[in-house]
Design a protein around this ligand. Structure first.
Ligand code: FAD
Ligand code: FES
Ligand code: FES
Length: 495
């Protein structure tokens, strides 16, 4: 049965915390600091950028035998999403005998901290990393720190500290959560819907205000669909990496929030033979692992998407539904021919992603309709996929433009070219005119002048905050040229 009380229950260091009477938009950070006085967790930017607020959120694994942790930016996560989960803050790392975690010890001995403001977030990102990777490389440590900004120490001592910490036996790096396990089982969220005596689904709130505004956390897709038919303008909450910003920076207070994080069906990837059906709540971290072998360039775009605490909760569906003109996953998904599975009530329909957007942040979703899954084709015979993101910073930055291209070479000529960009139009899009310039040509026959002409004919020249049109259009052409030239070289090597 769905929890009927107006409280959020989560586990913190061997105790169940029952947060009663909180707003549906209270952030995890505010609750930790203001109600639980866990002030080690800091607020820097309140928009997921600086990492001062990183904590670990844990869930029981599938077998119920251990807790799986992910780093999250607590400043943009809403408290009711914690219901049924566990949290570890920097204070949690202190051992029963008062000693520090090896990462903390090494941060002290390697001088990894100066003013100290970033340090709790840094420590939590690193403590999270070593839960799954006991002997990380420098590259893995750099990746893990990409969402933690330190403006005084510099990263070398911090990376050195991590390497030093990892010299201890792996079990000493593990968080001791033995006391949490039984408690997590006790507050485990339901996995089936509740029905009224008339057989109707009853979606119980986690938080409900006196005015009737509520935060619900359904367990099944049927409950989501049912709730949305009754509240077609409810706000869907997936990874909260957009919604959290709207709450903090624009002070939005959605009346009805439907959290998708506990819907097991939406957290699954189904192998359908020719394609993967990726549930709407699958995290970008999981998608990165899924596509690593088949589409390394897509995985690289994802590695540079935000930071680990962003990717641990953010979803493909959230990126697509948000529809930012500079959304990063869409060029890859468009070039790979992804299709969306949409659902409204009991009705489902499939919409190709290149038919989804109708304008800037506009799409074909009807009130009460939502993305249930994304169908991502697996590589077809001879298919080549290339993608690259151009941004001012390597990671934790949004695109000036990202270009993705898939093609086959048939008799030395391009065939089935699909080319897509973000950053050049009101929404991420394919570019039929550029595709036409390339299709049927040998790589050597594709000319710069024709690409430039096709770009000029495809888009309205406009300068943006992140880049001028002159820069974007040049980069857009050069990325295609690079992909084309590489294919010339691989064709020569194959000959
Ligand atoms: C620090 C930071 C860095 C970022 N870096 C990048 C980046 O590098 N590249 C990039 O493209 N973006 C970036 N973003 C933006 C954001 O992380 C992405 O858009 C992310 O994919 C949103 O997914 P989410 O699950 O967090 O969505 P949420 O915030 O939960 O939701 C976003 C929108 O999608 C809707 N929605 C969610 N799920 C569904 C569904 N199943 N059906 C219909 N509607 C749905 C929500 O109602 C909401 O309108 C960044 C954000 C932050 C804060
Ligand atoms: S306070 Fe900066 S990421 Fe949360
Ligand atoms: S030690 Fe001052 S910001 Fe990192």
């Amino acid at each position: 049965m769905t929890q009927a009380t107006n409280s959020v229950r989560f586990v913190l260091d061997g105790a169940i915390v029952e947060a009663e009477g909180e707003r549906r938009t209270t952030t995890v950070l505010d609750y930790l600091r203001e109600q639980l006085h866990r002030t080690g967790t800091k607020e820097g930017c309140a928009e997921g950028d600086c990492g001062a607020c990183v904590v670990l959120v844990g869930e029981l694994n599938a077998g119920g035998t251990a807790v799986d942790y992910v780093p999250v930016n607590s400043c943009i996560q809403l408290l009711p999403t914690l219901d049924g989960k566990s949290v570890k803050t920097v204070e949690s790392l202190k051992r029963a005998d008062g000693s520090l975690h090896p990462v903390q010890e090494a941060m002290v001995s390697c001088h990894g901290s100066q003013c100290g403001f970033c340090t709790p977030g840094v420590v939590m990102s690193l403590a999270g990393l070593v839960q799954t990777v006991a002997a990380p490389t420098r590259g893995e440590i750099n990746d893990a720190l990409s969402g933690n900004l330190c403006r005084c120490t510099g990263y070398k001592p911090i990376v050195d500290a991590t390497l030093k910490a990892c010299a201890v036996p792996a079990e000493q790096l593990k968080i001791d959560d033995s006391a949490d396990l039984p408690l997590l089982k006790a507050i485990r969220r339901p996995t089936v819907p509740t029905y009224s005596l008339d057989g109707d689904i009853v979606v119980q709130p986690v938080v409900r205000t006196r005015k009737g505004n509520e935060f619900v956390s359904p367990a099944t897709v049927a409950e989501v669909a049912d709730y949305l038919s009754r509240h077609p303008h409810a706000t869907l909450l997936a990874g909260s990496t957009e919604i959290g910003l709207q709450v903090n920076k624009q002070f939005t207070r959605p009346e009805h929030i439907v959290y998708l994080g506990n819907v097991a069906e939406l957290r699954r990837v189904d192998d359908q033979g020719a394609f993967w059906r990726i549930g709407a709540q699958v995290s970008l971290t999981a998608v990165e692992a899924l596509v690593a072998e088949a589409y390394p360039d897509f995985a690289e775009v994802l590695r540079r998407f935000g930071s680990p605490p962003i990717r641990s909760t953010a979803t493909l569906a959230g990126n697509i539904a948000n529809g930012s003109p500079i959304g990063d996953t869409m060029p890859c998904l468009l070039a790979l021919g992804a299709t969306l599975q949409l659902r409204r009530g009991d009705a489902t329909r499939a919409v190709a992603l290149d038919k989804f957007y109708t304008g800037q942040k506009q799409n074909v979703l009807q009130p009460g309709e939502f993305i249930e899954a994304i169908d991502l084709p697996k590589p077809r015979t001879g298919e080549v996929f290339r993608a690259h993101k151009i941004s001012k910073r390597f990671e934790q930055d949004i695109s000036a433009t990202c270009c993705a291209m898939s093609y086959q070479l048939s008799g030395g000529k391009f065939a089935n070219v699909r080319l897509a960009y973000n950053g050049l139009a009101p929404s991420p899009c394919r570019t039929p005119k550029l595709e036409a310039v390339i299709n049927g040509r040998t790589p050597e026959a594709v000319t710069t002048a024709e690409l430039d002409a096709a770009i000029a004919a495809s888009f309205t020249a406009r300068d943006g905050l992140r880049a001028t049109w002159a820069y974007r259009s040049l980069v857009a052409r050069n990325l295609v040229l690079q992909f084309v030239e590489e294919s010339t070289e691989s064709a020569k090597e194959a000959a």
